[in-house]
Design a protein around this ligand. Structure first.
Ligand SMILES: C[S@@+](CC[C@H](N)C(=O)[O-])C[C@H]1O[C@@H](n2cnc3c(N)ncnc32)[C@H](O)[C@@H]1O
Ligand code: SF4
Length: 425
């Protein structure tokens, strides 16, 4: 066993009874063009074939094969260096995110998945998601990703309205978005459509049309995000005219009604799914599961019996490749402090309307229940969550945010900040 692993296995004050499920995230950092609202670690691809205005069904999308294969080499080396930290653990889901992973060739994605399979034990029926942008769509491309081993496609549509797409600087138009979703439906048993709402100048009627278009495809999964102005983006510098809070709140009500009417259940703040089609990978994040993050700027969380480790990889793709190829992909790592663990757990767990089993809190954080009971009781007093008793009297088994808690989620979560827990009431 190497020294780093022994270091993380040493005794400590946390007592995790079991290690949580492990997932793998792989970040592919390039896009056709940087969107003006986006603060993800995404970079305009350096060498692209001419495809500024790709036509539906005939566009060509891709990176130079030299860049693609150097990046895949770097990922492989990154994975090999990380293996001792997760030795013997089975991987339950893989998420290939970005950036725009569909810029990679299907052969490149097949190589990535086989590199992963050669080095990790994947659970039977493992979910392997790939994020795709309709601007990279070409006929047969999604089927080729399916053949490469991807089991679930997540398509960044954002809107089906040409004017709205233009205002948010997307590279694709509505026809390409519809063609991409239709192709995904043919190639995959399960897929996701990403939409955003409260777009610049958007009306309720326009959102309704977007929703109707999306729902007409009967998507197994729909993610709908409120457009946020993130610092260090073009939109933060030159803010567009956005719907006011009242309109945005009416929009959310409309989303909740329309999705429920077609049998999509809201299983997380922004995620709606048909039964059996929730995203296992994202659920693992929200339930404070573990994930190894490979690729430029990727974040990871790995538990040991007495500590929880967070890692970040080098952010710039060139620096990442250089460091990863030298076996040194991690730019920062730190143990989550005892004081921060409860808040970090609640950040994800309270996003789920079903809440969580209280025993999971102890299992995943290694903290005693006493670390969190005063804040839970305060949240119950404010009607932000319910504490449901166990069969055996005297103990609590389940924690569930109330609809009010869901509406004031950040107030609810902030009750678990270390400072708030020190001064209850
Ligand atoms: C990494 S992107 C996914 C795929 C691909 N890059 C694309 O955009 O087509 C993940 C999703 O986050 C959402 N997103 C990105 N920036 C956002 C913002 N500022 N506010 C709200 N949602 C955002 C978009 O819906 C986007 O599809
Ligand atoms: S395509 Fe996706 S990841 Fe790339 S810049 Fe746009 S929103 Fe960000």
């Amino acid at each position: 066993m190497n020294d780093t692993v022994l270091h993380y296995l040493r005794p400590g004050t946390l007592q995790l009874a079991a290690l949580p499920p492990l997932a793998l995230y792989v970040h592919l950092p390039w896009c056709l063009k940087k969107c003006p609202y986006c603060d993800f670690n995404s970079h305009e691809a350096p060498t692209l074939p001419v495809m500024a205005t790709p036509k539906v069904g005939s566009g060509r999308a891709g990176l130079s094969s030299a860049l693609e294969s150097r990046y895949l080499d770097a990922l492989c080396s990154d994975l090999e260096s990380a293996l001792p930290l997760i030795w013997g653990r089975r991987v339950h889901s893989v998420f290939i995110g970005g950036g725009t992973p569909s810029l990679f060739s299907p052969d490149g994605i097949a190589r990535l998945i086989s590199d992963i399979r050669a080095r990790l034990v994947l659970a039977p029926g493992v979910e392997i998601t790939l994020e795709a942008n309709p601007g990279t769509f070409e006929r047969e491309r999604f089927k080729a990703f399916r053949k490469a081993g991807v089991t679930r496609l997540s398509i960044g549509v954002q809107s089906f309205d040409d004017a709205a797409l233009k205002r948010i600087g997307r590279v694709h138009d509505a026809a390409q978005a519809r063609a991409a979703v239709a192709e995904a439906r043919e190639a995959f048993e399960t897929f996701n459509i990403d939409l955003m709402y409260a777009l610049p100048e958007q009306t309720l009627a326009e959102l309704q049309t977007d929703l109707d278009t999306a729902l007409a495809f009967a998507p197994p999964h729909l993610s709908i995000y409120h457009l946020t102005l993130e610092p260090n983006t073009l939109f933060a510098l030159h803010p567009p005219k956005l719907p006011d809070d009242d309109l945005a709140s009416d929009m959310l009500d409309l989303i909740v009604q329309r999705t429920a009417a077609v049998g999509l259940s809201r299983y997380e703040v922004s995620a709606f799914a048909q039964p059996g089609h929730g995203c296992r990978h994202n659920l693992n994040y929200w339930q404070f599961g573990d994930y190894l993050g490979l690729g430029a700027g990727a974040h990871g969380k790995i538990s040991f019996p007495h500590r929880v480790l967070r890692q970040v990889r080098w952010r710039e793709p060139a620096a990442y490749m250089q460091h990863a190829l030298q076996g040194n992909a991690v730019s920062n790592q730190n143990e989550v402090s005892r004081a921060d663990l409860a808040f970090e757990f609640m950040l994800g767990a309270l996003r789920l309307p079903d809440g969580f089993e209280l025993a999971r809190f102890t299992e995943r954080t290694g903290l005693p229940l006493s670390a969190v009971m005063p804040a839970l009781e305060e949240a119950q007093r404010r009607a932000l969550l319910t504490l449901e008793p166990a069969q055996s009297a005297g103990s609590i088994s389940w924690v569930r945010p109330t609809p009010r808690g869901f509406d004031f989620l950040s107030d609810l979560q902030s009750l678990f900040l270390p400072a708030a827990r020190d001064q209850p009431g």
